[in-house]
Design a protein around this ligand. Structure first.
Ligand SMILES: C[S@@+](CC[C@H](N)C(=O)[O-])C[C@H]1O[C@@H](n2cnc3c(N)ncnc32)[C@H](O)[C@@H]1O
Length: 386
């Protein structure tokens, strides 16, 4: 469900909404664009797009940019949209349609796809994660040319140190605009003469106490080493139940589901995440560890597309933010999804920071909650669907 908001640009006025299933006022009232979107569109209107421009848009969180270009029917433009976020794709497609644009006229790509053809205009909303940006600059640079307009936009407070150097090192000369409403643009000119070959941006480690090789794609949670919350969960992992179907919700690199696969030889595991890289990475890690076992890998918002009453065990290390927005609304939605997807008698196990009120939330939802283990930082909780 989405709410409505007026977004006024030099290309016209639009109605934009974030993707949300939670219906909480705090989340519903969040704006679906920021001053960096406004600044970028203002700049584009001033320079005017080249005739029949082939535009590639990256990391457009709720689709403010793609909606504007698709709905304003920029003459002759072809637009490609690439993101690592399933939620962003959902929001953008809704917003394009709601504003009279034609979703079939946009090429929808995920973060692992290559773009199609050569690119005249590359518009980048700066992601929080510099490794993702680095991956994107290397991934698409072959499709740019010295005339490609390369423009990135971000809020100053989210611009990581090192962002300018990445553009300089990977693409070419880089300069910035003055800040306006705490947003800034970055302009870059392609210079192929200085190019270094793309390095391997994935990280790799062996999961402690196992022989599982873990590969982490650039936008995956805790990509340098095992998260300490995940480690605590693994020390107190559920065992000794009759289990045929397990879900790992918010799977990241898939470690929880991987360990579950080892502990339950009769079970199949379904891995869910909203990040395309996470799901692909979980699949790679699973297939390497268990070439003969079955599993499924699903990009989804929580488990919104799971069949009700279908799992005996669901494990989760919930996120405490959705993109740049911090809050427990995502975790709560996952808890509701988990309850719906569990069979009667099925168990939901999670790890969380002990200062977060997850125990109360799951008690309220399931009618029961148990502390399996706790230390100074974390708590492992379990609830049973009655
Ligand atoms: C704290 S990480 C846990 C990753 C992994 N399970 C682990 O323990 O290392 C939370 C994960 O939730 C995912 N996530 C965030 N919002 C989501 C949503 N709405 N639906 C599904 N997954 C989401 C993130 O992409 C991230 O991989």
């Amino acid at each position: 469900m989405v709410n409505d908001n007026g977004f006024s640009t030099s290309f016209g006025a639009f109605t934009l909404s974030r993707w949300s299933r939670t219906n909480t006022p705090s989340e519903q009232n969040l704006q679906a664009w920021d001053a960096a979107d406004e600044l970028l569109l203002e700049h584009l209107a001033q320079v005017s797009l080249p005739e029949s421009a082939r535009v590639l848009i990256l990391n457009d969180q709720s689709g403010a940019l793609v909606t504007t270009l698709a709905a304003a029917k920029a003459p002759g433009c072809s637009v490609q949209f690439a993101t690592d976020s399933y939620l962003s794709t959902q929001a953008a497609q809704k917003n394009v349609t709601a504003n009279g644009g034609d979703v079939t006229q946009v090429t929808w790509l995920n973060s692992l796809d290559r773009a199609q053809g050569s690119i005249d205009v590359l518009l980048i909303k700066l992601p929080k994660n510099l490794s993702l940006l680095e991956d994107q600059l290397y991934r698409y640079r072959d499709q740019l040319n010295p005339h490609t307009k390369i423009i990135a936009a971000g809020m100053v407070k989210h611009m990581a140190a090192g962002v300018f150097k990445l553009f300089e090192d990977i693409l070419g000369a880089t300069k910035t605009s003055l800040a306006k409403k705490k947003a800034r643009l970055i302009f870059c000119e392609l210079d192929k003469t200085q190019w270094l070959p793309a390095p391997d941006l994935n990280t790799h480690y062996v999961l402690e106490n196992t022989n599982y090789q873990i590969t982490n794609y650039p936008n995956v949670f805790s990509r340098e080493s095992l998260d300490i919350g995940t480690r605590f969960f693994l020390q107190h992992f559920p065992k000794k139940m009759q289990v045929e179907k397990i879900a790992d919700i918010g799977c990241g690199n898939g470690i929880l589901g991987l360990v579950a696969t080892g502990k339950y030889p009769e079970a199949t595991v379904d891995f869910y995440d909203e990040s395309y890289m996470a799901v692909a990475c979980a699949e790679q890690n699973f297939t390497r560890a268990w070439p003969d076992r079955m599993a499924s890998f699903r990009t989804d918002d929580g488990m919104s597309n799971a069949l009700p009453d279908s799992y005996q065990l669901i494990v989760c290390n919930p996120p405490f933010h959705q993109h740049n927005v911090v809050g427990d609304f995502v975790a709560l939605q996952m808890f509701r999804d988990a309850k719906s997807a569990l069979q009667q008698g099925g168990e939901f196990w999670l790890v969380g920071n002990r200062h977060l009120p997850y125990k109360d939330h799951i008690k309220h939802l399931f009618g029961n909650s148990m502390v399996v283990a706790s230390n100074q930082k974390f708590v492992v909780l379990k609830a049973i669907k009655r």
